[in-house]
Design a binder for this molecule. Sequence first.
Ligand code: C2O
Ligand code: CU
Length: 479
Amino acid sequence: NSNYMSMDKNNGMNMGSTDPNATPVTKLVAQNLNAPVKTFNITAQVTTLNLGGGAMVQAWTYGGSAPGPAIRVKEGDRVVVNLTNKLPEGVTIHWHGLNIPGAVDGVAGVTQDAIKPGETYTYNFIADQPGTYWYHSHQQSEVQTGLGLFGAVVVEPKEETIKYDKDYTVVLHEWNINGLSKKKNKDKFNDKDSFNSGNLNNELVEAMTDVKYNMLTTNGTIDSKHFDAKPGDLVRLRLVNTGNTTHLLTLLGIPFQVVSLDGRDLVGGQAMNQTLLPIGGGNRVDISFRVPDSGNVQLVNAGPDANQPNKRVSVSIGNGNPTGTATSDNPNNYKLFDFMTYGTPQKGVFNSDSTFTQTVDMELSSGKAPGMDWAFLINGQAAPNIQPLVIKEGDTVKIRFVNDSNDIHPMHIHGHTLQVLTRNGKAAEGSPVYLDTLNVLPHETYEVAFVADNPGIWMIHCHNLKHAAMGMNMMVNYE
Ligand code: C2O
Ligand code: CU
């Protein structure tokens, strides 16, 4: 594909970055010298993985599995990751959603050189945001993340306001495996027993049917996953989407609450029944629920692809009999979760009377671009020709994303947190919503805002990493 280019390949075309050491290392070392240190030694390597149902793949992994080792630390810990590269190509780690200093952001060609085969590189930062995050390679992200270079990050709060009896992480990943036979799992799964919201006449579901992968794994397998819990337990599930496309998940038969989005807590979310959770590429959705007396809860894929055996999500929590089954629930009774109206309104970082030092429009589309027959565009341009967003420390920046395409664009910002202000001209009505990745559906318009509080060289890009590689990425530079 002659249009194919990488957004982050460290090949000298580095999209206008100027200073590879945006945050001096001295600053890193100076902060919180007394923080407890959590060290992780991780080797990036080629690994043959069994993804379940007999599907063997040559994956690229952090530490021999995909997801790689869970980075689970406490708020305030110093995280030290020694990454040794035994892959045939350069690699990095980007800490998705963590607003850490630019020097450890892990973007090859921008904040560091890709780590060469045979070399070891150390990431060193303070984890001071509680919540669910993830990590992935940012050297040829679209290829390397897809091949398995990803994992979850959980930062436990210093002070727990809610004590969960169980706390589990569910990492969803899409694989595109050549020659995979759909028949392989015919015997294992009964297609009729799947939950299918394909008949929901909805723009989201419509956009989701255009999917280009053939396996959807949960924690590395398409086989059913079981998590232990007993009746009455308060369970937190951290759902992480490391793939490119949006998935729809639901818990069958019991009410649940959404407690945080992209690692940032919501205020006062009410319990909901029969609700479909959209989770865009790069997004995290944390939910909580109580295990009912019957003792078992099912988490399933409720998207239009759920009837394909290799794309089911089959997670059961607790023992005993399921409270609901795919077939007993009528998908038509389900509604979509909408963070614009969820939870309790509260003063946020930005409010209706906020002012902004900068307002920028980003029109998302696709089409021809100079030298490319087809590209994904921001304001009519493809990278590396998109003007960087130039800001200075202390700016309050409002971005208006206008999706003029039929594609979903999960727009991700590095090093900063976006607050959602409006969607399609209507102000957010519920809990303040803070995200690092905003899943912009076809023809939607969002206004979001962020505080420029983390000097460095950053990126904004679509987290459908194929879109990013085909033009939809740009720099955010502090002047
Ligand atoms: Cu999770 Cu620039 O990416
Ligand atoms: Cu996109």
